[in-house]
Design a protein around this ligand. Structure first.
Ligand SMILES: *Cc1c(COP(=O)(O)O)cnc(C)c1O
Length: 390
């Protein structure tokens, strides 16, 4: 019995006593961010991809304390809006003016290929590094942000990734080098090439193919007189949501050997991991606020749901199994969020012991694309955030 309980808590990977205490102290729903786990993820990334600078994709979880922790570890940042840019810039504000200007490309890439004119104007004084993937963007950048350095994003295979991005972003490989030439003709400078293999990419071949494509574009650009400096391998690094996901170490080995083989040693390689840094670092604790039996199945109504922390079930195509702190024989139950919409269904098949009103439940690995897209729908605010191991 003793052994069994231990194995279980290890598998769950959270300090159950502490998390229940936090829920009592702060109320529910409460979103708990473990900063030690974020630091571990960053260290793991750097251990296996030592020559790649990690630009944390802020959109995965833009909590300012996460940005601070990542900054202290030495991370750089991928931002996709002016508010995200400023959120990161706050952290480098204290640097001397001169150093800041040299520094900014090392610390921030603006990796949204589509930028409104007014955003470009706001960005221009910072001499930002920005991505683009079309002709209209070259014209806008030339007119509204001529101080920018450019990175061309190309379309690559997203096969098998949980979230597909290639239908919206990336220049067709056949147009890529023309778009690089057009930018130079406009008086701008293209620094490199980027791609994104799709989020939660478990098909490692996507990276191999994308790196080969990027290498051939580097060569073609050089043959036309444009030597590129930056290779941006994007995000997509998979999280072990389940045991079937192959290890990051295996992927990193592949990436390292491809890069070594395909690119000259002086190319600066950067990546934009989002999910990888935060997914397993956060847990949400919610409360059972209602209970019924419908068609023979026990239904629990929680005070967090699909319009809130569980929004990743919609936007991120992810699922977060609900677990109980209570022990007991489990049966298939339904879990719903608090709003008046039937769409607010977390799961029709969670395995839960018999629960009562006011019992606490939790969901792990819910740090990426979750609270970031929570709404205020129906008057229910997003979960309160609590930090541990900061
Ligand atoms: C969302 C996004 C990322 C982060 O992707 P993950 O799959 O979370 O690592 C990186 N780069 C760009 C351009 C993105 O849009």
């Amino acid at each position: 019995m003793e052994n069994k309980t231990e194995a279980k808590s290890e598998e769950d990977g959270i300090d159950k006593e502490l998390f229940q205490k936090i829920a009592k102290e702060h109320g529910t729903p409460v979103f708990i961010i473990d900063h030690e786990k974020i630091r571990q993820n960053y260290r793991e990334f750097k251990e296996h991809l030592p020559t790649v600078q990690a630009y944390f994709a802020v959109k995965a979880n833009s909590n300012p304390e996460i940005v601070k922790t990542m900054y202290k570890m030495g991370a750089s940042f991928d931002v996709a809006s002016f508010p995200e840019f400023m959120l990161v810039y706050e952290n480098i504000k204290h640097l001397p003016e001169k150093e800041k200007q040299d520094f900014i490309w090392d610390k921030i890439i603006y990796a949204n290929t589509i930028k409104p004119k007014d955003t470009l104007e706001l960005l221009n004084p910072y001499k930002p590094l920005v991505t683009y993937d079309n002709m209209e963007e070259i014209k806008k950048i030339k007119n509204h942000c001529p101080n920018a350095g450019l990175v061309l994003r190309v379309r690559v295979q997203n096969t098998g990734s949980m979230v597909e991005l290639s239908s919206k972003f990336g220049a067709h490989p056949g147009e890529a080098v023309d778009l690089i030439e057009e930018a130079f003709k406009a008086g701008l400078v293209v620094e490199g090439i980027s791609f994104h293999v799709g989020s939660q990419c478990t098909n490692f071949n996507n990276y191999v193919q994308a790196l080969n494509l990027a290498a051939s574009l580097f060569k073609e650009a050089e043959s036309r007189g444009h030597k590129l400096q930056i290779l941006d391998i994007g995000g997509g690094f998979p999280v072990k949501y389940n045991p079937h996901v192959k290890s990051f170490k295996t992927l990193a080995k592949k990436i390292n050997s491809e890069i070594k083989q395909l690119f000259p040693p002086d190319v600066q390689v950067i990546a934009e991991p989002g999910r990888f840094m935060v997914a397993n670092a956060c847990t949400v604790v919610a409360k059972v606020v209602g209970k019924s039996v419908r068609d023979g199945k026990t239904c629990y109504y929680l005070n967090d749901g699909v319009y809130h922390t569980f929004s990743g079930q919609v936007f991120d195509h992810c699922t977060y199994p609900i677990k109980a702190f209570k022990e007991g024989e489990k049966k298939i139950s339904a879990t719903f969020g608090p709003t008046c919409d039937a769409f607010d269904t977390i799961s029709l098949s969670d395995e839960l012991p018999e629960l009562e009103i006011d019992d606490l439940v939790y969901a792990e690995n819910i740090g990426a694309y979750s609270i970031a897209s929570a709404t205020y729908f129906n008057g229910f605010p997003p979960a309160k955030v609590v930090h541990i191991n900061q």
